[in-house]
Design a protein around this ligand. Structure first.
Ligand SMILES: CC(C)(COP(=O)(O)OP(=O)(O)OC[C@H]1O[C@@H](n2cnc3c(N)ncnc32)[C@H](O)[C@@H]1OP(=O)(O)O)[C@@H](O)C(=O)NCCC(=O)NCCS
Length: 428
């Protein structure tokens, strides 16, 4: 089934090379080619195991390929996600993934066509939003994806990782075998996910083939994955996934191990603290690193020397509002009030125009209106404020959102503000 065909010739002088590219969903027997195309776009090679695992998680109907004749030259995929949004509430979302174009075919508009096609498809499927993590931050804003969370890396010497206050030890720790881990970890994850905008539900297959996947190439030179859990009154309340970096040495007789924490979370501040105190207690470790902490990591408020975390901040996940009405009605709000947005969406025309967001009892009714706008914005900026990671006032610092009525930014921020920091702890 050819879902779209484009002749690049004549579209613009930059892309004028007469190449004919067709877009279509891949067939099951083309899936290996699909995975080989995405790994080649990243200048890597897929292992047999990776080829098999990728197949289990990605629905071929959501695996889009760009073909130059018979050759697959570009790919883009999407997972079926259910994402937590402020309230907390849950919303169906496309988890955009495996996006790449071969180096031989770049800067000819192939990604642009794939993104346009994929957004139409997401809309047809009735998913109000799409989310993604970007390999480079200059790629997706042009397609309406706004930076929606911040994430931080931390890197701390173990002997400087002391807590501000001492508390009596409680609960117990266990290391989990792979075959028993999923149920225990999911018990914690599901509860944290349900409270945290930006996190998505994990299926059993996702745990098995993604979060706990531990093949040699997946380790990037590190050691095997360990799974530690903290239980209180017999119930798991926090866990950590970590591996050692394999750069262990005894320099001058002193151990220099580095620990890489892939994920650490707890259902309460106490549980979060306990699992980090477990990590800081792992012997023969000199430094501890974690790369996908929340923008303001909880440890910042717990440690005696927060500066020693060496926090480095960057863009986290991006949110694309695919359908304004269903997206804004899917989350809830802490204050009632109303605001009219004039929205500019270059890819999805149904979002264009003026929308009145009327919040009463914490729920929004969103309708097209002919009223004068309070705020004029690109769809990108609405994606940035959606999870509560950024305010309208902050977005107005850029050049694609501004207030048309004095005081409108403040009014909108009172309505949209949230009290939970959005966070997505995993790459997908
Ligand atoms: C990112 C990538 C998919 C872009 O594909 P592409 O087909 O070259 O993109 P397009 O030709 O549609 O580019 C659209 C616009 O975005 C710009 N752009 C896209 N990717 C860019 C990048 N990585 N750096 C700078 N500009 C980029 C293009 O210059 C172009 O701008 P223009 O419209 O002003 O001319 C491709 O470079 C790639 O595969 N990179 C390696 C893998 C990767 O990073 N994938 C993304 C995973 S999240």
């Amino acid at each position: 089934l050819v879902v779209g065909q484009m002749t690049l010739s004549g579209q613009s002088s930059a892309y004028d090379d007469g190449m004919e590219i067709s877009l279509r969903a891949v067939q099951r027997d083309e899936f290996k080619q699909f995975i080989n195309t995405i790994t080649a776009a990243f200048a890597e090679e897929a292992t047999d195991e990776e080829l098999e695992h990728g197949f289990k998680l990605l629905d071929p109907n959501r695996a889009l390929a760009a073909l130059d004749g018979d050759s697959m030259v570009g790919v883009a995929g999407a997972f079926d996600f259910v994402v937590t949004v402020p309230g907390p509430n849950k919303v169906r979302a496309a988890g955009v993934t495996v996006v790449g174009v071969l180096p031989s075919h770049r800067r000819r508009g192939i990604l642009t066509r794939m993104m346009e096609h994929q957004l139409e498809d997401i809309h047809t499927r009735g998913e109000p939003i799409a989310i993604l993590g970007a390999s480079e931050s200059n790629i997706y804003q042009r397609f309406g994806y706004g930076i929606a969370t911040l994430q931080s890396s931390i890197d701390i010497e173990r002997d400087r990782a002391g807590f501000r206050t001492a508390i009596p030890a409680s609960g117990r720790f266990r290391l989990l075998d792979t075959d028993k881990a999923i149920d225990v970890l999911a018990d914690v994850y599901d509860r944290v996910c349900a409270q945290t905008p930006g996190m998505y539900e994990r299926t059993r297959a996702w745990w098995e083939h993604h979060s706990l996947h531990d093949s040699e190439p997946h380790r990037h030179g590190g050691g095997p994955l360990f799974r530690a859990v903290w239980e209180l009154d017999g119930r798991p309340e926090a866990y950590a996934l970590y591996r050692d970096r394999r750069d262990f040495d005894w320099r001058h007789g002193v151990p220099t191990g580095h620990l890489h924490v892939l994920e650490a979370m707890g259902t309460s501040p106490l549980a979060t603290r306990e699992i980090w105190s477990f990590i800081f207690g792992i012997d023969l470790t000199e430094r501890i690193r974690a790369d996908r902490e929340a923008g303001l990591p909880p440890l910042m408020f717990m440690l005696d020397e927060p500066r020693r975390l060496r926090i480095s901040l960057s863009d986290g996940i991006y949110v694309r509002i695919v359908d304004i009405k269903s997206a804004l009605e899917a989350r809830s709000y802490l204050a009632d009030g109303s605001v009219v947005f004039e929205v500019n969406d270059a890819q999805l025309p149904h979002n264009n125009g003026r929308w009145k967001v009327d919040v009463s009892g914490g729920r929004a009714t969103v309708e097209k209106t002919s009223s004068e706008p309070d705020i004029i914005t690109a769809i990108t900026d609405l994606g940035s404020v959606y999870l509560g990671g950024f305010t309208f006032a902050q977005m107005s610092i850029g050049d694609s959102l501004h207030e048309a009525v004095p005081g409108a930014l403040r009014r909108a921020d009172q309505i949209f503000r949230t009290d939970v920091q959005p966070w997505c702890p995993e790459e997908f």
